[in-house]
Design a binder for this molecule. Structure first.
Ligand SMILES: Cc1cc2nc3c(=O)[nH]c(=O)nc-3n(C[C@H](O)[C@H](O)[C@H](O)COP(=O)(O)OP(=O)(O)OC[C@H]3O[C@@H](n4cnc5c(N)ncnc54)[C@H](O)[C@@H]3O)c2cc1C
Ligand code: SF4
Ligand code: SF4
Length: 408
């Protein structure tokens, strides 16, 4: 049932059913009046990143500009935090605070984002926010797929012409592909990076491996210092080194093929990307175009910002990861590190492993490696249309080159 937003400032229009699709993260397009648009909009069918980047930023990524091959076009990068972190936010709350500021300033009619589903706080529920204070309800990360773009039609029908969207890369790709025909007067796109998503149901299986009382976990984040942080309802906080995570206990299909093969980690088509990977313990902003500059300016003195740092070397970490993915893609179990070595490595990695921007480059290259190897193993014919040239350039230093028929 549609939830009126009069009092709460949150509107939850009803969703149509999703149309059956192959590789699909239910971005919402298949639930619209014209589900066939998936063919032109989908990141998993035949994405054209150079054309979309030129459409949005006025140019495609320039491999000659440091870091654009990895992170997509940008004007500047910042290591940043809100001086007063917001309660319940995933990091300090830059993403939702931007939505709040846009509404406060009357620059948009609504913000399209996700809030926790009332029946399961980990499940993302797409919402249209019309009151600044209601952005607080969207703070924090949900795990699972949110049919965000299904709300574009209700938004237009209700007369919203100026819209902001906070979304993950597979949602933003489809949005940009259809942006012109959607006909909004003004669109602000705040993107977050995204990787290793899975269905909400499967995510609960992961939580059950991490704690005896998984239903009391309220927060989880894979931090850039190689630890997962868990927060519990009673205020407890637990930090687990990545190497001590029970990843090898997860079933082989825990991460869906979509999320092991998507080709945009850093949300290259957003006006502003708000992540943490390159932030060394703070948030990481990529200001990609003039609209991104406008967004950052909305935060004024609330934002503390410095230049991002970079340290360590990624090559060996990515090469080792490639070997493990080759085993996994070939159906073999992940190689678990011997127990005696784990505490030592868990101590060493935050100190000598890639940090800051080098950590972000490492993760982007790892994701590119996964894309190529998993598609080769499961959908070899898709490589030709799904894998853009920049992904091949990222994996070349590790000996992965396109085979006959794998490139357009
Ligand atoms: C599945 C997932 C994986 C991520 N992986 C990475 C990563 O590897 N590296 C990295 O730097 N950042 C990643 N992020 C982004 C990161 O978790 C933070 O959301 C981001 O840094 C913004 O923090 P914040 O405090 O400003 O956000 P907040 O102000 O707390 O706002 C969070 C925003 O995220 C949106 N959101 C939450 N869950 C979802 C969802 N499932 N689908 C769509 N939108 C959602 C909400 O609408 C909200 O606007 C990931 C996000 C998601 C959803
Ligand atoms: S991800 Fe979106 S565009 Fe792609 S098939 Fe699914 S609904 Fe359609
Ligand atoms: S990992 Fe990629 S495909 Fe999966 S939800 Fe995130 S952006 Fe979408």
């Amino acid at each position: 049932m549609a939830c009126p937003d009069g009092a709460s400032g949150l509107w939850v229009p009803p969703l149509a059913a999703a149309a059956p699709r192959g590789l699909c993260t239910d971005c919402g397009i298949s639930r619209t009046a014209e589900p066939k648009r998936c063919g032109q909009a989908c990141q998993f069918i035949a994405p054209d990143y150079p054309a979309r980047e030129a459409q949005v930023h006025g140019r495609s990524r320039d491999p000659g500009r440091r870091d654009e091959l990895h992170f997509g076009p940008f004007r500047r990068m910042l290591r940043a935090s809100l001086r007063a972190p917001l309660a319940g936010a995933q990091w300090t709350g830059i993403a939702t605070r931007l939505g709040e500021r846009l509404l406060q300033q009357g620059l948009v009619d609504a913000v399209l984002a996700v809030a926790p589903d009332p029946t399961d706080s980990w499940r993302p529920m797409p919402v249209l926010v019309t009151e600044p204070a209601a952005m607080a309800q969207c703070r924090g990360m949900r795990m699972g797929y949110a049919p965000l773009l299904a709300l574009l039609e209700p938004a237009r029908a209700r007369g919203f012409r100026r819209l902001a969207i906070i979304g993950i890369p597979c949602q933003v790709y489809a949005l940009r592909a259809l942006e012109r025909e959607l006909g909004f007067e003004r669109l602000y796109v705040i993107g977050t990076p995204c990787s290793d998503n899975t269905t909400t149901e499967r995510f609960h299986e992961f939580l059950a491996l991490l704690a005896e009382d998984p239903s009391t976990i309220t927060y989880l984040e894979f931090r850039a210092d190689y630890h997962v942080e868990l927060r519990f309802r009673d205020g407890r906080v637990r930090e687990i080194p990545f190497l001590q995570l029970p990843i090898s206990k997860l079933p082989a299909d825990f991460f869906p093929l979509t999320c092991r093969t998507c080709v945009d980690y850093t949300n290259v088509l957003a006006d502003l990307t708000v992540g943490y990977m390159g932030g060394q313990g703070e948030q990481w902003l990529l200001v990609r175009n003039q609209r991104g500059e406008e967004l950052v300016a909305l935060l004024g003195e609330e934002l503390r910002a410095t230049a991002p740092g970079s340290a360590g070397k990624r090559h060996n970490a990515v090469a080792g990861f490639l070997k493990n993915v080759e085993r996994a893609a070939g159906g073999l179990p992940l190689r678990a590190m011997p127990n005696w070595l784990r505490p030592l490595m868990g101590w060493l990695m935050p100190r000598v492993g890639p940090r800051g921007l080098e950590f972000a480059r490492t993760r982007v290259e790892m994701k590119a490696v996964e894309t190529v190897l998993h598609l080769r193993a499961r959908h070899p014919r898709r490589l030709r249309h799904m894998v853009p040239a920049h992904v091949w350039a990222l994996v070349r230093p590790y000996g992965l080159v396109p085979r006959e028929g794998e490139r357009r």
